[in-house]
Design a protein around this ligand. Structure first.
Ligand code: AMP
Ligand code: MG
Length: 603
């Protein structure tokens, strides 16, 4: 018996990323871009109006307000899609619609609501003039040429998974097609003498084939193209014929026929025409599982087709598909994130794990009171497909565990969440550690200033063993806490502090998510026992020994030199230290085919 991880590794080692092809952008949703896309145009192509209003010169509105309008002569009108034919000169304005190019001479747009147009119209007044009721600043309501996309900019990086918004960006660049990694064709074969098609009436002893449909839907969900081979009978000849039809696919998935029964022929066919990969995986459901390669028939395209032989029981087929076929399809499509997003949830019922295999229990996950709860769906037989229909998650009980009790925490794979969702943008973190008085806070200050200079949004965290400066006896916020409030917020102009009473000392993993995803880097002082990347400040005046063991450290910042084999940077060289952090943590965390980091161009 092999572990789930080992089985997955063997499957993934065998399948390869497919070749790129050029497709209409309408067909590319969910596919991986195989080329960098740069813009050959500016978007917007011209300065244009963000509002319906009047294009004018800001200086002509100086001092304007409701009681003393500035009157301008209206010299023309321009609608979206046409070009202005007149210029705006001193004392004049051009009526302009949203999206219309800004006429020459104008530097701002005052919206209709800030003019007397409506009252003028209703009183039948003179429309060759307009009263401006507010003072405009240069640039008011003007969208500048190239403000979204500038000609020559790298807009989408190869590796990006195309979502609707990227498809729209491609369209706005004028690209009707894109080079993307091809979708795999996955041939699907159900096996068993008891199976009949969905359209056929049931006769004694028969059941409808459901696996074909579950698997085809799964293949489509993950971006592949299902090729349905139908039902193979439990004979070597029938299976061989059917399998032959599937050998021009990129992958073959069969269901049934892989256990130890007399009629479980798939493994025999596999043994005869292919190479057998493995048979049993330490999981439940889904222990009998075959993976191998089918040799392609002579005369057809050369090579071998990876074959995944799923168990026949409908639940086992789905769960093994999720664990092995899904990641294989995603890998073939060029995706990098293959794991299903998992969450930690409180299990609401006991689940026993009897035979030392990894148990995938079907659960309904709900979120209540800021916490996920997982409730088992009821009978867990591997033939009970409605247990999958009820479930939105699979609670994973490790092989080493005899089970969980209601109230325990479990890991749950979220069946309906996209893989990318698992990669919630995590803020890269680096901790500065060192002996007392080594200058950690000074280095924190220098790095914060340096990263701000580079245009990053920085969060900083300090562990203050001796309590908090703002949480002192006598302060109003302290008195609220004394009176029993569980949380206190203190707000002052432009600042907010949040103090919460806790029943345990928080790990850094629990604290950091509070920063939220908008930061590019979190710098932490202390927390030397945590597993986050650490930089130790070493000062020769404090001795040659280090606070942390070298294998825990990414780099040492020192005013001396240490005879150990890890990178050292000179104390005081903030630029080099920041370069190290930027290269190894900040840029790496942003390197997943997304747009280049938000770093400003430092002039
Ligand atoms: P097997 O792995 O072939 O021994 O099948 C195990 C169980 O799954 C049997 O009860 C089969 O009837 C059932 N089964 C196999 N294939 C399918 C299918 N395509 N659709 C629904 N049930 C199936
Ligand atoms: Mg069978």
């Amino acid at each position: 018996m092999i572990s789930v991880e080992e089985a997955l590794k063997r499957v993934l080692d065998y399948v390869e990323v497919l070749e790129p092809e050029r497709r209409s952008i309408l067909d590319c949703l969910g596919q991986v871009l195989a080329e960098d896309v740069c813009s050959t145009i500016d978007i917007p192509p011209l300065d244009n109006s963000a509002m319906d209003g009047y294009a004018l010169r800001a200086k002509d509105t100086r001092g304007a307000n409701e009681s003393s309008p500035r009157y301008l002569v209206v010299v023309g009108e321009v609608a979206a899609g046409s070009m202005p034919t007149k210029k705006v000169g001193p004392g004049t304005a051009i009526r302009i619609m949203t999206g219309a190019p800004l006429p020459e001479g104008a530097d701002s747009v005052v919206r209709f609501e800030d003019t007397d147009e409506v009252s003028r119209k209703s009183s039948g007044g003179d429309l060759s003039q307009i009263g401006i009721l507010c003072q405009a600043k240069k640039g008011l309501n003007v969208r500048c040429r190239g403000e979204d996309i500038a000609r020559g900019d790298l807009i989408l990086k190869a590796g990006k998974v195309l979502r609707p918004q990227e498809i729209g960006v491609l369209a706005s660049l004028g690209c009707s097609n894109a080079l993307v990694i091809r979708r795999p064709v996955v041939a699907i074969l159900a096996t068993g003498d008891e199976l009949i098609g969905v359209d056929e009436p049931l006769t004694p002893g028969k059941i409808h084939d459901s696996n074909t449909y579950t698997i085809a839907a799964e293949v489509s969900r993950y971006g592949g193209i299902p090729k349905i081979l139908g039902i193979g009978r439990d004979s070597v000849q029938s299976l061989t014929e059917k399998i032959d039809e599937g050998l021009d696919a990129d992958m073959l998935i069969t269901s049934g026929g892989v256990s130890k029964g007399d009629y479980d022929m798939v493994k025999d066919v596999l043994a005869e025409h292919g190479e057998v990969g493995f048979w049993t995986v330490c999981m439940k459901p889904g222990k009998p599982l075959a993976f191998g390669v089918m040799k392609k028939v002579e005369g057809r395209r050369k090579g071998k087709v990876p074959h995944l032989g799923l168990p026949g029981n409908p639940v086992s087929a789905m769960i093994t598909f999720e664990q092995f076929a899904r990641p294989a399809i995603l890998k073939m499509m060029g995706k990098k994130i293959l794991a299903k997003p998992a969450i930690r949830a409180i299990i609401e019922d006991d689940v026993v794990n009897t035979d030392g295999r990894r148990l995938f229990a079907r659960v309904i996950v709900t979120r209540r009171g800021g916490q996920y709860h997982a409730s088992p769906t009821g009978p867990q037989g591997s033939g009970i497909l409605t247990s999958m229909a009820k479930a939105n998650g699979l609670a994973v009980i490790p092989e080493s565990s005899r089970g969980v009790k209601a109230g325990d925490m479990v890991d749950v794979q979220m069946l309906d969440w996209g893989e990318e969702q698992g990669e919630v943008k995590t803020v890269p973190i680096v901790s500065i550690v060192g002996k007392s008085r080594s200058g950690k806070t000074v280095l924190m200050e220098q790095l914060i200033a340096e990263f701000k200079r580079r245009g990053y949004k920085v969060a900083a965290l300090k562990h203050s063993r001796g309590g908090m400066e703002i949480d002192h006896p006598g302060k109003d916020s302290w008195r609220y806490a004394q009176a029993g409030s569980d949380a206190v917020l203190i707000s002052s102009p432009y600042k907010l502090a949040f103090i919460k009473s806790l029943d345990h000392d928080l790990d850094i993993e629990e604290i950091l998510p509070l920063f939220g995803p908008e930061f590019d880097l979190a710098l932490v002082e202390g927390f030397k026992k945590s597993k986050i990347p650490k930089i130790e400040v070493h000062r020769k005046g404090l001795g040659d020994d280090l606070l942390c063991s070298p294998e825990e450290l990414s780099v040492i910042v020192t005013d001396g030199s240490l005879d150990i084999d890890i990178p050292q940077l000179p104390w005081g060289d903030t630029v080099a230290i920041a370069d190290f952090i930027e290269k190894n943590y900040v840029l790496k965390s942003q390197d997943s085919g997304s747009l280049p980091p938000r770093r400003k161009r430092v002039r």
